[in-house]
Design a protein around this ligand. Structure first.
Ligand SMILES: [Zn+2]
Length: 290
């Protein structure tokens, strides 16, 4: 499990919903050359790949940030009662237990950020209470990128947002409850928490920056799903809205943090998740913090 990270005055913890072998690289990345992937994987930490199944290890997790002023969640996994089809119907107790383990209650949360509005990043935004979807965190403001929200609203209106009704269940009820802040690229919560736009995986995917006492960490959402994408930054996923744009965002971001002290927190990287990026010619290397 990822140990607690401290960035200046901010602590960061992980709350895991689901971890383990998930998808084969060739099923995740349309541009994947399996020989090339195998060569890279042979060089990587053994916890990133399950040779028996041929699948990458993929985690679904939420990050809890505690600043001197606020208690913040970044991304909220798949949630409960959404009736998502297998294999997205993860058991819910691990996430709830993780929340309790960190000594916080649902009404302790001041802000919820979503890097983007896919099924596995906004699920716990709402819970089903007496047949209605209501915000899970009663005192929280939820930060959604305005154009990301608009995009999924329009897609849902056209019947184009499978699986299920992610926007209708996880996003609209938050807006209707008056708890959403629909923001632009340059949104800053305060001196500590800001956004970096990294579009492509979804229309307005954003990374969340944490800066304190001269240190920086970045929750990178789905900018990448697996360390293989540091070795092969051009490999976008089958889930990317604009794969070429996603690859450009990934390469630009990785270049900007390579060989710096900036700590990355990629939502889907296996524990211990957090790490740094090193440049290696036109590629990059992910160095897990162990
Ligand atoms: Zn995801």
């Amino acid at each position: 499990m990822m140990r607690q990270i401290r960035i200046g005055d901010v602590t960061i913890d992980s709350i895991i919903e689901r971890a383990g072998p998930w998808r084969a690289p060739e099923a995740m990345f349309p541009d994947c050359d399996l020989q090339v992937a195998r060569q890279h994987l042979a060089d990587m930490d053994d916890f990133v790949f399950d040779p028996q199944s041929g699948k990458m290890m993929i985690t679904y997790q939420t990050f809890l940030l505690r600043t001197p002023h606020h208690t913040i969640l970044v991304d909220t996994c798949t949630g409960e009662d959404k009736n998502y089809p297998a294999p997205m119907d993860f058991p819910k107790q691990p996430w709830l237990d993780g929340f309790a383990r960190l000594g916080i209650g649902l009404d302790d949360i001041d802000y919820v950020f979503c890097t983007h509005l896919h099924i596995d990043h906004c699920g716990w935004n709402t819970r089903l209470v007496n047949g209605r979807w209501v915000p899970t965190f009663p005192k929280a403001k939820y930060i959604f990128h305005k154009r990301e929200y608009d995009f999924w609203e329009a897609a849902t209106g056209r019947g184009e947002a499978p699986p299920g009704e992610v926007w209708r269940m996880n996003c609209l009820p938050v807006v209707e409850a008056g708890q959403a802040l629909l923001v632009e690229d340059d949104f800053a919560l305060d001196d500590l928490i800001t956004l970096t736009p990294t579009p492509g995986h979804s229309p307005c995917h954003c990374c969340i920056n944490i800066r304190s006492a001269g240190q920086r960490a970045v929750v990178t959402g789905d900018l990448m799903h697996h360390p293989l994408q540091c070795r092969e930054p051009d490999w976008s996923t089958i889930f990317c809205w604009d794969p070429a744009m996603a690859a450009r965002s990934r390469r630009a971001f990785l270049s900007s943090v390579a060989d710096t002290d900036t700590m990355l927190l990629p939502i889907h990287f296996a524990s211990p998740t957090a790490g740094h990026v090193a440049a290696d010619g036109s590629r990059f290397r992910y160095k897990f913090l162990k």
